[in-house]
Design a protein around this ligand. Structure first.
Ligand code: SF4
Length: 430
């Protein structure tokens, strides 16, 4: 097993189960179970492992992965052995992506889905996973064409069902190709991936994402794979990331988000007890940093949703914490210069109307930026006695000010300067 070294921990490298990442509270072990699915007893098992081998803090990432924090170096081999024995590890080895495909937490189950997106996602993962030379963060979104659109998630390649027998390929820059028969789609996706990996600039490490290729190169690549250009499929409204959703078979699912995507092991164990009590068929990991409790009756879904709210989970799509990313922070993480979670709670209240309008906020305890990759409308980086304030950027971008939490909250009040700048940015985005 290869363990992390300064070289493997370079920027752009992704942690997984077999190769954890060093953070300020020990190793972070990222876990993606097969199909992003857990039985209730498996969720309880993961929570037990998080206590036995780590500090009991668990996250769900915006790619629908479980992250166990504070894992001790000596414990890691035993943790991996237990996860492998339980059949909970599904990741590729090597330098490329651990997992390629992101699909809806209700893929294959959702009422209104045009085809079985879970089966398509599995076929695409299987066809593309072993293509050599793909950059570690390369990703594919598979979308069954139902109401749970994944348009808000970044991807190098999108496969979207546009009819029960047609799949379209979306490339960066709003380029669409196809449609093709769903049975041909995985092989074509693999050809696109292999063509990208063979590009000279990709092989030299100068290009890491599809979006870094210009439109002409993307068209040439797609035509070489036998695809023709097509018009953009209809835009669908963004789905609610939480709430009760109808499944195909007359059953229902409850989608709930963990506050800031986090829970402690005891909280996760209680969620598994609730899942057992309500006879949940399976639990899906959600890229909206939560869990989908699937395969129950409507009355059971209503009661389970109420029980999850009592457990502190987010069930309202208007909850201001949903668009906020915050890392573990102090005191959990040694590197953190501030209690980011508590501060994020305060800031989400102060910014509730703007957050409801689509503003993104990221509160980070250090530049490592564990909670969010890439830019947010407002990034706050903890430093000595306050936060660096970064607009439309990430933790490594230039701040416009350094403020204490109290000063920051004051300057986020209506009519104050930072608030005004965020409101202007939001208006431009519209
Ligand atoms: S980003 Fe937060 S959780 Fe990650 S290492 Fe820095 S302080 Fe710790």
């Amino acid at each position: 097993m290869s363990l992390p070294t300064p070289e493997t921990m370079r920027r752009g490298w992704c942690p997984g189960t077999l190769r954890p990442m060093q953070t300020g509270d020990g190793w972070l072990v990222r876990l993606h179970p097969p199909r992003g699915t857990l039985a209730p007893a498996q969720l309880a098992f993961v929570s037990e492992l998080a206590t036995r081998h780590g500090n009991g803090q668990i996250e769900i990432s915006s790619r629908g992965n479980l992250q166990l924090r504070g894992v001790r170096e000596a414990s890691h081999p035993v943790l991996v052995a237990e996860l492998l024995e339980a059949g909970l590890v599904d990741e590729a080895t090597g330098d490329g992506p651990h997992r390629l495909v992101l699909a809806s937490p209700l893929a294959g189950r959702e009422a209104g889905e045009l085809l079985d997106a879970a089966a398509l996602a599995a076929a695409v993962e299987s066809a593309g996973r072993h293509i050599a030379g793909l950059p570690a963060k390369f990703s594919i979104v598979v979308d069954g064409g139902g109401t749970r659109a994944l348009d808000g998630f970044a991807a190098d390649l999108r496969l979207r069902a546009v009819a029960a027998d047609s799949v379209a390929f979306g490339l960066p820059g709003g380029l669409w190709f196809g449609p093709v028969d769903p049975t041909s789609a995985p092989a074509i996706a693999a050809m696109l991936l292999a063509g990208f990996a063979a590009e000279e600039r990709v092989r030299r490490g100068e290009v890491r994402r599809m979006r870094e290729l210009d439109d002409k190169a993307l068209v040439v690549l797609s035509v070489a794979c036998g695809l023709s250009a097509m018009s953009t499929p209809a835009i669908r409204p963004s789905p609610s990331p939480v709430g009760i959703a109808a499944e195909r078979n007359g059953r229902f699912a409850v989608l709930a988000a963990l506050p800031f995507g986090r829970s402690d092991a005891a909280g996760l164990a209680r969620l598994s007890e609730l899942a057992e009590r309500f006879a949940v068929e399976e639990i899906r990991l959600s890229p909206w940093r939560g869990l989908g409790f699937c395969g129950i009756s409507k009355p059971a879904a209503v009661k389970l949703a109420a029980a999850l709210v009592k457990e502190g989970l987010v069930l309202s799509p208007r909850d201001p914490r949903l668009p906020v990313s915050a890392c573990a922070g102090a005191p959990a993480c040694d590197r953190a210069a501030a209690p980011t979670l508590a501060d994020a709670e305060t800031l989400s209240e102060a910014l509730a109307p703007l957050l409801a309008g689509g503003l993104t906020l990221h509160v980070s305890g250090c530049t490592k930026s564990c909670a969010r990759q890439g830019a947010a409308d407002l990034t706050l980086l903890a430093g000595e006695a306050g936060y660096d304030v970064i607009l439309a950027g990430g933790t490594r971008d230039k701040p416009i000010a350094h403020l204490t939490l109290a000063e920051l909250v004051r300057r986020l009040e209506p009519g104050q300067d930072i608030r005004a700048r965020l409101e202007t940015a939001a208006r431009h985005r519209e």
